[in-house]
Design a protein around this ligand. Structure first.
Ligand code: AMP
Length: 510
């Protein structure tokens, strides 16, 4: 059996890890010798694609052929990147990044790599999770499991820590924010509650610096730096560099040239913290909301783990310390923990399948007995008709933060005589008003013949270990079944995935 890898498919950076011969997770450096790979793809003239640092550096000189932050588009059916005659959806762009990671792992390990565990933000919804699984398949990977990034971080941490603990994972990456409360004990990880914002990350902090420098440039020279894509990209890279400098120094200088004009702007950490305070405040509100969902006070939280490169900004640990009264843990590397945890999860799955190489190590045998219990990050409901008011409402079938995998059954009844069919609409969200929820699928169950009022249908909601929903509606008397018709665009059938894989097989990735 070849080795299974763990992949952190990040918004700005991705990383790969594998269990070594002692059953310990190790980062696999990429072909360039780096421990993390920028999640950036550069489309060259000759149908080849470069992924990584070279691609990131091309963002300034050739921005129209560079794709960044594709993770933010996962599950978005309207997104396409056009290059020449070809069009690429978010799954295909992500597949290119995964292909590069797979190739680099194969080069270093000297063997074919097929099986992988890929991480996603805990707050990723159904469409985004499916899109990630499809990206893996298009890249030629057998996706063993999709796991939540904070769970992966805890796996990287939990198994090296003997005592029983309730921990909070505060994960602020390049493009997403997640906060999760979980219980960690030797051999067992149980997620209690999770929440997040998939549109909040380090990138938004860069935006604030960009706006600040642009205002200064406009005032001084009357030139708008955001008008031209090349200049904007240049400004973004300088803003990000300044932000990183401010994590270790009290001030940073940003020099910009455009339209023959030049300006150097100085920014202090204090100013930066002021201009981004509202972003940090958004994370604080989500932390408080998760604490209340987990019915937890700070006194019960033993450790706060910081994950994601953006937690290097000093204001993050300072805020956590103000909130919790204790400094957060620095026990794990925020850039590498997620990939390492994914490798541990891959090891757990392979050990449970009886993989001889993993079971040959003491650590591997221990993994075989490790249990990870995650929870749903969203509620799932069904649209029902209120018989009295004749209005539709959302009846929650699976509540938010329910341990998974999970399966529920319920019976519902026809509301009029001679009903020939029932409409079956599956929602994501917990609001009673369906208009405030996302419809994730919809279908109809047709009866063999008209039914009287009060005729029962049985509804099943299954939430699998990859956190993907399967829903069925059944007429138990006749055995007729209506499976959820996935109406949300952006979801691919197996045939489409296979067709996209064949197309992408022809693209050379470096
Ligand atoms: P991740 O997606 O977890 O790799 O996080 C990447 C994000 O972390 C990017 O927005 C980076 O700009 C940010 N980041 C990395 N290092 C630092 C640092 N020293 N200070 C502030 N932000 C950082």
């Amino acid at each position: 059996m070849s080795r299974a890898i763990g992949i952190d498919l990040g918004t700005t950076f991705s990383a790969i890890a594998v269990l070594n011969e002692f059953g310990k997770a190790e980062i696999i450096p990429n072909a360039e010798g780096e421990r993390v790979t920028p999640s950036v793809a550069y489309f060259g003239d000759d149908d080849s694609v470069v992924v990584g640092t070279v691609a990131k550096n091309s963002a300034v000189s050739d921005p129209y052929n560079v794709v960044e932050f594709i993770k933010r588009q996962m599950g978005n059916a309207d997104y396409v990147f056009t290059h020449g005659d070809a069009e690429y959806g978010p799954e295909q762009i992500s597949a290119l990044i995964l292909k590069k990671l797979k190739q680099d792992a194969e080069r270093l390990l000297g063997e074919a790599v097929n099986d992988a565990v890929i991480t996603v933000p805990a707050y990723f919804d159904d469409a985004r999770r499916r899109a990630t699984i499809n990206a893996g398949k298009i890249a030629g990977l057998n996706v063993l499991r999709i796991i939540n990034e904070p769970t992966a971080a805890a796996l990287a941490y939990g198994l090296t820590n003997a005592s029983e603990q309730r921990i909070m994972v505060y994960d602020l990456g390049g493009g997403t924010f997640d906060v999760t409360v979980m219980d960690v004990a030797r051999g067992e990880i149980t997620v209690v509650a999770t929440d997040g914002d998939h549109m909040l990350g380090g990138n938004d902090f860069d935006d604030q610096i960009m706006l600040y420098v642009n205002d200064a440039f406009k005032r001084e020279h009357g030139v708008d730096l955001l008008r031209e894509v090349e200049v904007q990209q240049d400004l973004r890279q300088r803003a990000e560099a300044a932000k990183k400098t401010l994590s270790s120094r009290p001030s940073a200088k940003i020099s910009m040239s455009a339209s023959g004009r030049r300006l150097t702007v100085e920014l202090t950490r204090e100013q930066f913290e002021q201009m981004t305070g509202h972003l940090l405040e958004r994370t604080k509100m989500l932390v408080e909301s998760v604490m209340s969902e987990a019915k937890t006070g700070w006194g019960q939280v033993d450790t706060v783990l910081l994950v994601g490169g953006s937690t290097r900004m000093p204001m993050v640990p300072q805020m956590i310390e103000r909130m919790s009264g204790r400094a957060p843990s620095r026990a794990i590397n925020p850039d590498e923990a997620v990939a390492m945890g994914a490798a541990v999860q891959a090891g757990i799955l392979m050990a449970q399948k009886g993989d001889a190489a993993i079971l040959a190590t003491a650590e591997g045998r221990r993994l075989a007995n490790t249990r990870v219990t995650d929870v749903t990050s969203h509620a799932f409901g069904i649209v029902l008709m209120d018989d009295r008011t004749k209005t539709e409402y959302n009846q929650v079938m699976i509540a938010k933060n329910t341990p998974i995998p999970h399966e529920v059954h319920d019976h519902f009844y026809t509301i009029s005589n001679n009903q020939e069919r029932v409409r079956f609409v599956v929602l994501q969200g917990q609001d009673r008003d369906p208009a405030n929820c996302n419809t994730i699928g919809e279908t109809e169950l047709e009866f063999d013949r008209p039914k009287p009022r009060g005729y029962p249908v049985r509804v099943t909601y299954q939430y699998d270990a990859n956190m993907v929903m399967h829903c069925y509606m059944e007429d138990e008397k006749t055995g007729r079944i209506a499976e959820l018709h996935i109406s949300q665009s952006g979801r691919m059938s197996d045939r489409e995935v296979e067709a996209k894989k064949r197309l992408m097989d022809r693209v050379k990735v470096d």
